[in-house]
Design a binder for this molecule. Structure first.
Ligand SMILES: [Zn+2]
Ligand SMILES: [Zn+2]
Ligand SMILES: [Zn+2]
Length: 440
């Protein structure tokens, strides 16, 4: 998995933080790409020194100097040259990465779509239930028959039962190794009357080069039922099916109809699936005032829903189960990924998002966008550069979708490390609105 350039960057992080690289960074000539292209050309035909700027741009000149100083490029009579076959490590932006898996329909043999290997482990492992939309926007349910990592294919068979789903058991670790640039602070304008200057709530974006590790060791087969249940979180009957009970036999609170998830079986793979790669990532953190605002908002919504006496709408049940910051950041991350495709032409398989609980305070969560290809592909960089613009587009997508609390078109995301739990369209919209109104 680790190509020569990734090792290079890991061993020589100064390349990415030196003043020269800083300039390079905000250029399309992303240093890792520039390095890859330079190495390929040097190995293939050699590069006349006076043609570097002409062929590869000003930024590449600085990268070439660094590669030369580190001994990866050599200088000869006819210019720069390199040993070996660096081509195999090249993953051009927008091109096919070497680590994508094709999803093939078992019956028609048709290629349905292509996803990154990282996501394939969680979404199309053997027996996985995979849901996708057809050309007419209908949701179809498939079951995976086989995942072959050598031929890079997963064979899927359509099934009828759409209430079934699988959740992969995945351990993941996201660690930032090298900070690439100064963090950026964006004010969060939660209300129309707040001003940028005295805004107490803000979001911080930090761009770094880091490592992503995933181990998928098994999965649970689950189903969803809509049934009378107890929604008192402290009660042992919480979210247990209580058909025909008007009051909970344990805590005697009124029962309500709600979506209940039932686990049908839990399976373990003989051989866990592992991925590990180094890539640029953007950390998204919000300060304590912003977290307090979200918590207050969630409590208010809960109070209003309880007071109404109506059944709690399925999506809103999340507010009883998860921290408000977790729901807001997680939903926001999924919504931004939708906009990335539109605004920055980032292919959905090039990026993923995960939420991590910070030590200490209960309600403190941070999100990470990361490129899904080893060495990077520019996706996280695009989030870092264009967040307000992305938030504006994401807000429009979410608002224009005629679902109530989030659906497969605007919120649910393949490859979600958290099994698409702790998501609520309205909570994500709070953050999108607050960022988008800072102007983009
Ligand atoms: Zn109860
Ligand atoms: Zn929707
Ligand atoms: Zn997710």
């Amino acid at each position: 998995m680790h190509g020569v350039f990734q090792c290079y960057v890991a061993e020589h992080p100064e390349m990415l933080v030196s003043p020269e690289a800083e300039e390079v960074f905000f250029n399309d000539e992303y240093p890792i790409f520039a390095a890859k292209h330079l190495m390929c050309a040097a190995a293939e035909t050699g590069i006349p020194t006076n043609k570097i700027k002409h062929y590869f741009g000003t930024a590449a000149y600085e990268v070439a100097k660094l590669l030369l100083a580190q001994g990866h490029l050599n200088k000869g009579r006819n210019g720069l040259w390199a040993k070996g076959y660096p081509h195999k490590d090249v993953n051009f932006r927008g091109g096919l990465s070497q680590t994508t898996i094709k999803l093939v329909d078992a019956e028609s043999g048709e290629e349905l779509e292509e996803i990154s290997e990282d996501i394939a482990h969680r979404e199309v492992h053997p027996q996985a239930i995979y849901k996708r939309q057809d050309a007419n926007g209908r949701m179809l349910t498939y079951q995976c028959i086989s995942l072959d990592l050598n031929s890079k294919q997963a064979i899927l068979k359509q099934t009828a039962d759409s209430s079934l789903f699988t959740v992969a058991v995945t351990e993941s670790e996201t660690s930032s190794l090298t900070v690439l640039t100064d963090p950026v602070k964006l004010p969060l304008l939660f209300s129309e009357v707040s001003e940028v200057d005295d805004c107490q709530e803000y979001l911080t974006l930090s761009l770094s080069f880091g490592e992503v590790k995933h181990i998928t060791s098994g999965y649970s087969l689950m189903t969803q039922i809509y049934e009378q249940t107890c929604l008192n979180k402290r009660c042992l009957n919480y979210k247990e099916p209580l058909p025909k009970e008007h009051r909970c036999p344990l805590c005697s609170k009124l029962t309500r109809k709600a979506v209940i998830v039932k686990t049908l079986s839990e399976e373990k793979f003989e051989q866990p699936f592992r991925t590990q790669f180094s890539a640029p990532m953007v950390k998204v953190a919000i300060n304590s005032s912003a977290r307090e605002f979200l918590q207050h908002n969630a409590l208010e919504t809960r109070t209003n829903l309880t007071r109404s006496g109506e059944p709690i709408p399925p999506g809103y049940q999340q507010l009883w189960e998860y921290s408000s910051t977790l729901i807001a950041i997680h939903s926001f991350g999924h919504q931004i990924m939708r906009a990335l495709q539109l605004v920055a032409r980032v292919d959905p398989k090039q990026v993923n998002f995960t939420v991590v609980k910070e030590l200490g305070e209960n309600n403190n969560y941070t999100g990470y966008f990361y490129d899904t290809s080893d060495g990077g592909n520019g996706a996280a960089e695009a989030v870092f550069k264009h967040l307000p613009k992305l938030a504006g587009a994401a807000r429009a997508i979410a608002r224009d979708c005629n679902c109530d609390t989030g659906c497969a078109k605007c919120l649910i995301q393949h490859g979600c490390l958290d099994g698409n739990t702790a998501l609520l369209k309205q909570m994500g919209l709070l953050l999108l609105d607050a960022i988008a109104s800072t102007g983009a």
